[in-house]
Design a protein around this ligand. Structure first.
Ligand code: NAD
Ligand code: DAU
Length: 347
């Protein structure tokens, strides 16, 4: 089978490329990625040595490039990871998120329709459901929860999901959607909470926690996400949405303290800074459907996964140092340089 992986030079897409090469050596994996600031060819260095893997630079919003890709590579399945993925950047520049996440998805769907693929899989997010209150631990997102978005990022992802469902119903494009909770693990771009905190702690820099730091995220080790997508594309049912999550809810403060503890760094490095606009309070996924229908189970507990992840950042300094030394410095200065600092005396 030919499996096209759009956005395969990013965090989850690259982990998926490695998962497929390891677990399905009989398949050909073709990565199609525009190499934006978040895409990194170094991440795919080992894959490049595998004859079953091919990389093609291209933009999912460019219809001509996408059609040429389909004509040359003839994918049987397309898994779409390509997106603008960072909430803070979406608050700075919503337009780009609409172009990539909504228009890009529509271009891919048109191509899947024109070239009759066997499956289009949309990698979506739990953020399309909005957030949950902290004082109702019994509440979780199911596939039936309403779409109720908070940020331009989540609104663009929800729009893309609606388009996928419309193409499935109207044009019979054989599509599935997965909505996963927060991922962490190797190759996670340094702008996101966990890698940012690991790297700042290693450099004895302040750890900028937004607001009171009590916001809760439901963390899943990236390989468990890849395993779930692999199951969905091979055994999942067309037209279905599958939630993915492993019941690993932690507040941001807890995560940051765990990282400091693991690296033997003082909690005085924590600095409360101005909150994210529209900041979602809590996410929690109910994964019952994928567990009962497809037999998926997560393997990595958060306590083990965070240790593995910290070790990966210690062992792969050159990967993140190359990023830190480039354009990313300007982003960091823009996002954190003049951000207000707060003292939360009750914490
Ligand atoms: P990422 O930002 O690390 O990677 C995105 C990749 O897409 C990059 O390689 C980038 O170059 C590529 N890309 C961006 N615009 C493109 C375009 N126009 N054409 C082709 N390629 C383009 O993102 P990620 O964290 O790996 O997330 C991947 C997908 O999973 C996204 O769709 C995201 O919404 C979803 N998701 C992420 C998480 C998470 O915790 N990171 C959780 C659930 C769902
Ligand atoms: O839930 C899935 C989503 O998880 C994905 O769809 C997104 O692509 C992915 O980026 C992630 O979104 P979050 O906004 O939850 O992740 P982020 O790492 O940006 O932030 C996690 C939490 O940490 C959030 O409550 C904001 C907070 N935070 C983040 C940063 C970068 C801080 O307190 N300080 C920071 O510097």
């Amino acid at each position: 089978m030919n499996i096209a992986v759009t956005g395969g030079a990013g965090f989850i897409g690259s982990n998926f490329v490695y998962y497929e090469l390891k677990n399905h050596p009989e398949d050909r994996i073709i990565c199609f990625d525009a190499l934006t600031y978040a895409g990194n060819l170094e991440t795919l260095n080992s894959a490049m040595e595998n004859p079953s893997f091919k990389f093609i630079r291209g933009d999912i919003t460019n219809r001509k490039q996408v059609e040429t890709f389909f004509e040359n590579e003839k994918p049987d399945i397309l898994v779409n990871f390509a997106a603008e993925s960072h909430v803070d950047r979406s608050i700075e520049n919503p337009q780009l998120f609409l172009e990539t996440n909504v228009l890009g998805t529509s271009v891919l769907l048109d191509a899947c329709r024109k070239y009759s693929v066997d499956r289009y899989h949309q990698v979506s997010t739990d953020e399309v459901y909005g957030d949950l209150p902290l004082d109702r631990p019994d509440m979780m997102f199911t596939e039936e929860s309403n779409l109720h978005t908070s940020s331009p990022y989540s609104a663009s992802k929800a729009s893309a999901d609606l388009l996928v469902q419309a193409y499935e119903r109207t044009y019979k494009v054989p599509a599935t959607i997965s909505r996963c909770s927060n991922n962490y693990g190797p190759f996670h771009f340094p702008e996101k909470l966990i890698p940012l905190m690991i790297i700042n702690a290693l450099n004895n820099r302040k750890l900028p926690v937004y607001g009171d730091g009590l916001n809760v995220r439901d963390w899943l080790y990236v390989e468990d996400h890849c395993k779930a997508i692999d199951l969905i594309i091979r055994e999942g049912h067309v037209g279905e949405v599958y939630n993915i999550g492993g019941h690993n809810e932690h507040s941001n403060m807890d995560v940051v303290k765990m990282i400091l503890h693991e690296l033997n760094k003082p909690e005085s490095l924590i600095e409360h800074v101005a909150d994210r606009k529209g900041h979602d309070r809590r996410y929690a996924i109910d994964p019952t459907k994928i567990q009962t229908e497809l037999g998926w189970q997560p393997e990595t507990k958060f306590e083990d996964g965070i240790k593995k992840t910290i070790k990966w950042y210690l062992d792969n300094r050159s990967w993140w140092e190359h990023i830190m030394n480039g354009e990313y410095q300007h982003y960091y200065e823009r996002m954190y340089g003049s951000r207000k600092k707060y003292v939360y005396s009750s914490l």
